[in-house]
Design a protein around this ligand. Structure first.
Ligand code: G16
Length: 542
């Protein structure tokens, strides 16, 4: 039986960079999740009996919301829901299922790299039929709906068990529980030369993948150990846990320090990698070297043709604006299209659908291709492995020769976390106020050549996104970008992105702090970071 339950709207359900993310107790308020899910259904469900994919990264509160979402889907006219066993689906695997099964869309429950557990973070986002995050036109409509919602619909009977594979019914709707890994592993096998990678591993090449007790454990064990022959111990922290084992599933220098240290040890493996809470981010480490995400994008784009799935070359590359311009140099040299979008994977969807780009990437540890419509952590690791299997060089040597060919974009991102919201907004406002008079100003040896607040007109549908980050460019190509994160759940996170191009191979061995020293200092002068936030140093540098 379908019940209609009265509810009161919340005014704070505005999706951020990637869906609605809040603390778990916030989500546990009466009908908080139900309101958001009903608003999604009200905005998007147009035809009867369509298919919906539902899955999440296994964090605390995942199962409860999934069972509710299944009952609500049954009451909102869906014909079938496809759910990962135990509610588990990595974000790229969910994107793949939506596409492969011709679903109308999917609900993905994740707060990505944010910590989990009863006091951790939770999130809900909606992906459309191309498998990608809903564009702003839809997320804005969902937000509008949440502000006035007065009732939600739910099927009165409990949802069927989701720990057994197979089909069951809830009213007229089919609930199909699928193996979360199978279809995704097949897709990876169709893109990459598994025989070559297997031969590389069999030749004594050693690797370690850290699943950070998040969603990629079962995927990595199946792919690296069962299919590619890596030793069992090469996938660590492989069991998904509701609280990620108390850790912070963000594959960066701070939270993946154990893995990085393991790789830096003299007898460490040749290759290390990690992914985040929901499996869409990646970290790539070689012996003695951590590959920055922006460099990784450039190297993958330059070498993608070595993998069978990309043997005919790539159509173009897209990167988010704050991502370093290393990939632009690859596009320019290879004569392919280059697109600069705002932060957020949703901005790549149209470019991928239109066939304008094949590979996309972001400084926030995300890389992916047109095989799905999300960034994909294991895909990036497999492409690296495929390249290593073909080139039989170390990660460090591949990076070095890449810089020698294209030049090096030194790059860092400085994060100031949980900053007072008003102070952070004041800082951005003050920068915007000064933009018009910035060009020509001198800071030490640096002269501002251009300054603007990034806006983007989608070349496919003409939609415009404004206010996407303050860019200050210096003559000679140095660049500082300021923006506020759209994924945090407490206070504000100020991100400062610093970049400088160095063409001379004799100067490619500096540590980024040194190479960027003057720009880092200038960022504080221009942004008045210390003065306005009271922070003397960033919390995380990536
Ligand atoms: C999300 C988005 C990415 C974005 C990242 C950081 O990633 O999908 O496109 O780059 O957040 O965004 P912000 O700088 O606004 O915090 P994820 O992995 O958190 O879903």
């Amino acid at each position: 039986m379908i019940e209609t339950i009265a509810t009161k709207p919340y005014q704070d359900q505005k999706p951020g960079t990637s869906g609605l993310r809040k603390k778990v107790p916030h989500f546990q308020q009466p009908n908080y999740a139900q309101n958001f899910i009903q608003s999604i259904f009200d905005v998007v469900a147009k035809q009867e009996l369509e298919t919906l994919v539902i899955g999440g990264d296994g964090r605390f509160y995942n199962r409860e919301v999934i069972l509710t979402a299944i009952r609500m889907a049954a009451a909102n006219g869906y014909g079938r829901v496809i759910v990962g066993r135990n509610g588990i689906l990595s974000t790229p695997a969910a994107s793949n299922l939506i596409r492969q099964r011709g679903a109308a869309g999917g609900i993905i429950l994740s707060a990505s790299h944010n910590p989990g557990g009863p006091d951790g973070d939770f999130g809900i986002k909606y992906n459309i039929s191309n498998g990608g995050p809903a564009p702003e036109s839809i997320t804005s409509a969902i937000f509008e709906k949440t502000k006035s919602i007065s009732a939600y619909r739910i099927f009165s009977a409990p949802a069927p068990r989701i720990d057994e594979l197979g089909e069951k019914h809830l009213g007229d709707m089919v609930v199909e529980v699928v193996d979360p890994v199978a279809a995704y592993a097949e897709l990876m096998e169709s893109l990459f030369d598994f025989d070559k990678i297997r031969a590389l591993i069999a030749s004594g090449f050693t690797m370690r993948f850290d699943a950070m007790h998040a969603v990629t454990g079962p995927y990595a064990s199946e792919i690296f150990v069962n299919r590619l022959g890596a030793e069992k111990g090469s996938v660590v922290n492989a069991e998904p846990l509701e609280d990620f084992g108390g850790g912070h599933p963000d594959p960066n220098a701070v939270h993946a320090a154990t893995l990085i240290n393991h790789l830096m040890a003299p007898n460490g493996p040749a290759f290390g990698a990690a992914s985040d809470g929901d499996g869409d981010r990646n970290l790539i480490i070689g012996k003695g070297v951590v590959v920055s995400p922006s460099d990784s994008l450039a190297v993958l784009a330059a070498n993608a043709h070595l993998a069978p799935g990309y043997a005919r070359g790539i159509a173009g590359i897209a990167r988010s604006m704050p991502t370093s311009q290393a990939a632009d140099r690859v596009a320019q040299k290879r004569g392919i299209g280059m697109y600069e979008t705002p932060t957020g994977w949703k901005f790549f969807g149209n470019l991928l659908d239109a066939g304008k780009v094949t590979i996309c990437g972001e400084e926030s540890a995300g890389t992916g291709s047109d095989h799905v419509r999300e960034k994909d952590g294991l895909w990036a690791v497999l492409l690296w492995l495929n390249i290593l299997a073909e080139r039989r060089e170390s990660v460090a040597d591949i990076l070095k020769s890449h810089w020698a060919e294209f030049g090096r974009n030194y790059y860092q991102r400085h994060d100031f976390e949980e900053v007072d919201k008003d102070a952070a907004e004041g800082l951005m406002e003050s920068l915007r106020d000064r933009l018009a008079s910035m060009a020509g100003q001198r800071f030490g040896s640096l002269v501002v050549s251009e300054a603007d607040d990034f806006s983007y007109k989608d070349p496919v549908d003409g939609s415009v996104a404004t206010g996407q980050g303050v860019r200050i460019v210096f003559s000679g190509g140095g660049r500082i970008v300021f923006r506020l994160s759209g994924t945090g759940t407490a206070g504000a996170t100020l991100r400062v992105y610093i970049e400088r191009f160095e063409p001379d191979p004799a100067k490619h061995d500096l540590v980024p702090e040194e190479a960027l020293a003057e720009l880092i200092e200038t960022a504080d002068v221009i942004g008045e970071i210390k003065k306005r936030t009271g922070r003397t140093a960033p919390d995380v540098v990536t």
